[in-house]
Design a protein around this ligand. Structure first.
Ligand SMILES: [Zn+2]
Length: 251
């Protein structure tokens, strides 16, 4: 799944279209039925931003188009004269460039999206106070690993950076929110931001626990564990040796 850093990279590339009146087409039949082209064609694009895993296109007149890539979606920016292959969901033609979305499972006009999402982990600067406040407004029996993936609490952290930031701060994904101090929450969020920003700037890195089940923890040598976590049962990875906190009942 594209993580928040991939969405931010797409938002950066799409900036070349901002300030222009765009010719909008929706070649894919599943996009055409949404009637987006008639509402957006010829409007000026006022801004493109990534919030969590969403790309928000703000058009003149207050229309906000939301694109979420799920597993398969992909944005590219082409030169205006370059051919567009396949049957994209959305084609945004500006003066010199064309933004193209293939396989866009979520594509809709949505005015409320910015309100429903938590603060973006990659905002500059990130609003850690607001993230901690939202996390504290949750049921405190929830595990930190679940809360980090809840896009209403903090937007943009995916499964990889959840695992890696908790490992860096030596906190088990299974620890209850009630057992964490605000400073610890803040440290995990700060680490997630640092790791994701490095990836956004294409600094190479390697994972320490993510998808390393059974291999030795690079810090203490204990074999890494994995177990599904949360309602969506996304796989959590942790070191039972050096990440403090409880273990899941069944692992
Ligand atoms: Zn360890």
């Amino acid at each position: 799944m594209p993580e928040g850093d991939a969405i931010h990279r797409a938002a950066r590339r799409l900036q070349v279209l901002v300030g222009q009146e765009l010719a909008v087409e929706t070649p894919h039949p599943r996009a055409a039925v949404k009637q987006l082209a008639p509402r957006l064609d010829g409007r000026r694009l006022d801004g493109v931003e990534a919030i969590g895993k969403n790309l928000l296109f703000r058009f003149e007149g207050g229309l906000v188009l939301r694109s979420h890539l799920r597993m398969s979606g992909r944005w590219r920016v082409l030169g205006r004269e370059q051919p567009v292959f396949g049957t994209p969901w959305l084609v945004l033609r500006g003066d010199a460039h064309t933004g193209v979305l293939w396989n866009g499972p979520v594509l809709e006009i949505d005015r409320g999206v910015a309100r429903r999402l938590g603060p973006d982990i990659l905002a500059e600067p990130p609003d850690y106070d607001a993230m901690v406040a939202r996390i504290r407004s949750e049921y405190q029996v929830r595990a930190i690993g679940e809360a980090l993936l809840d896009q209403r609490l903090v937007a943009g952290i995916g499964n990889v950076w959840k695992a890696e930031s908790l490992w860096a701060e030596r906190i088990s994904p299974w620890r209850r929110l009630a057992d964490l101090a605000d400073d610890e929450l803040r440290a995990v969020l700060t680490e997630a931001n640092r790791l994701m920003r490095a990836r956004l700037d294409a600094v190479p890195g390697r994972s320490h626990v993510y998808r390393r089940k059974g291999r030795a923890c690079p810090r203490c040598g204990t074999p890494i564990k994995s177990w599904p976590q949360g309602d969506a049962a996304r796989m959590a990875y942790w070191c039972p040796g050096c990440q403090r906190g409880e273990e899941p009942q069944t692992a």
